[in-house]
Design a protein around this ligand. Structure first.
Ligand SMILES: Cc1cc2nc3c(=O)[nH]c(=O)nc-3n(C[C@H](O)[C@H](O)[C@H](O)COP(=O)(O)OP(=O)(O)OC[C@H]3O[C@@H](n4cnc5c(N)ncnc54)[C@H](O)[C@@H]3O)c2cc1C
Length: 368
């Protein structure tokens, strides 16, 4: 890269943009990453709960993508620790999904069956077996399913580690100003405008989360990516109350190693509003206390909200229609933390060899 011309410019420094930067840098491409915020990972990638769920979906090829990404985590965690001295707190804690009635049981046991048919593990437990694993669980549960392959990661640390790892390998960062426009020549994108300055590159990656749609509109490609608000309540239980991620009653409980516990998350189609509301917190707290009454005694720490990037056909990974040098990587919705390792790898392979190791056709960005 010379002073004004990068090989690749990545727009967006969330977990997806940083994973792409890291994977490109590993392949000797030194990208320039641009974010509107003064540091990387301030949006959904900071707000997320960091659950890495092996049962994210039952419709192929999405589960294959999820599984491939989850499988990369143990090695990636060690690699990042060695290269950046950051522990991303990858823990294969498993998920315990609890049910309170027969209708919930039928849904979860059906899911467990489908998971097992796809080669994952899932174990249906009696209430007694569930209480043995997690003694704090309510005496009103009528059973649970254990998904032992599920894991968790501390996502803010993961974004920092990916960015630091990429920087060590030569990636450059320009933070604190949004990309406001594209510069085109003969129908091709040749540059972007940041703070009134044009920055040039051969290839551009749009990894701008739920803001990607605005950038694509500027390119005349109306692919919709919507923000979907998720609220989280952070509490502290010392000594730790749970070992597993626990879910039920439309919420999840994520125990961190430091005794903090996340209760999440709402799913709200309310535009770009990131207000953490009393009602949102109440939903999480009420359901949490129903699952484990002892949570009522824990210390309240804080609440927050973030905006998941939702695309109907998402995630969307590949060249934008009509452009041979603009790639989109967004629309990961509820699973962007899970899918970051595989997304980074596949987009880097697409840009360096043209041959991603998993087919990207099913995830091709298309105008509806
Ligand atoms: C409450 C909540 C819980 C979640 N829980 C989980 C979970 O447990 N597991 C999981 O896998 N996923 C989870 N997710 C989803 C996950 O967080 C997202 O899918 C993921 O973070 C998306 O990453 P991203 O990099 O695409 O977007 P973002 O993290 O939003 O990053 C986009 C970046 O682009 C930048 N940007 C935007 N426009 C511009 C511009 N014009 N110029 C320059 N920069 C720009 C932004 O500043 C931002 O840094 C959760 C999300 C939320 C909100």
């Amino acid at each position: 890269m010379n002073r004004d011309h990068a090989d690749v410019i990545i727009i967006g420094g969330g977990i997806i943009g940083c994973a792409i930067a890291y994977n490109l840098a590993k392949r000797d491409i030194k990208p320039l990453l641009i974010d509107k915020a003064p540091t990387v990972g301030t949006e959904a990638s900071w707000a997320g709960a960091g659950i890495l769920t092996s049962h994210a979906s039952t419709h192929e090829p999405y589960p294959t993508l999820c599984r491939a990404s989850l499988e990369r985590y143990p090695v990636l965690a060690e690699e990042l620790r060695a290269e950046t001295q950051i522990d991303i707190e990858f823990i294969q804690s498993g998920t315990l999904s609890v049910f309170f009635n027969q209708a919930e049981a039928a849904g979860l046991i059906g899911l467990a069956d489908r998971r097992v048919k796809r080669g994952f593990s899932a174990e249906v437990l009696t209430p007694e077996q569930a209480w043995q694993l997690e003694p704090a669980l309510s005496k009103s549960i009528v059973g649970a399913v254990l998904f032992p392959e599920d894991a968790q990661v501390r996502n803010p640390k993961m974004v920092t580690a990916l960015a630091k790892g990429a920087a060590k390998l030569g990636a450059k960062f320009r933070l604190g100003n949004p990309v406001t426009n594209f510069v085109k020549e003969s129908g091709r994108v040749i540059g972007i405008v940041v703070n009134g300055e044009t920055l040039y590159a051969d290839t551009f990656v749009i990894a701008a989360g739920c803001w990607a749609g605005t950038l694509m509109t500027q390119l005349g490609v109306p692919i919709q990516i919507e923000p979907v608000k998720g609220q989280i309540v952070l509490i502290e239980t010392m000594p730790p109350l749970f070992q597993h991620v626990v879910d039920g009653l439309d919420i999840y409980i994520v125990p961190r190693v430091d005794g903090k516990v996340l209760l999440g998350a709402t799913v709200e189609f309310v535009g770009y509003d990131k207000t953490a509301t009393v009602d949102g917190a109440k939903q999480m707290i009420d359901a949490g206390i129903t699952i484990a009454s002892q949570l009522a005694d824990s210390a309240f720490v804080q609440t927050w909200a973030g905006l998941r990037p939702y695309a109907k056909k998402g995630p969307l990974l590949g060249y934008l229609p009509g452009y041979d040098n603009v790639v989109l990587a967004s629309g990961h919705f509820k699973n962007g933390i899970l899918l970051a390792p595989i997304t980074g790898q596949l987009i880097a392979e697409l840009l360096t060899t043209g041959q991603p190791s998993l087919p990207l056709e099913p995830f091709q960005p298309e105008v509806a």
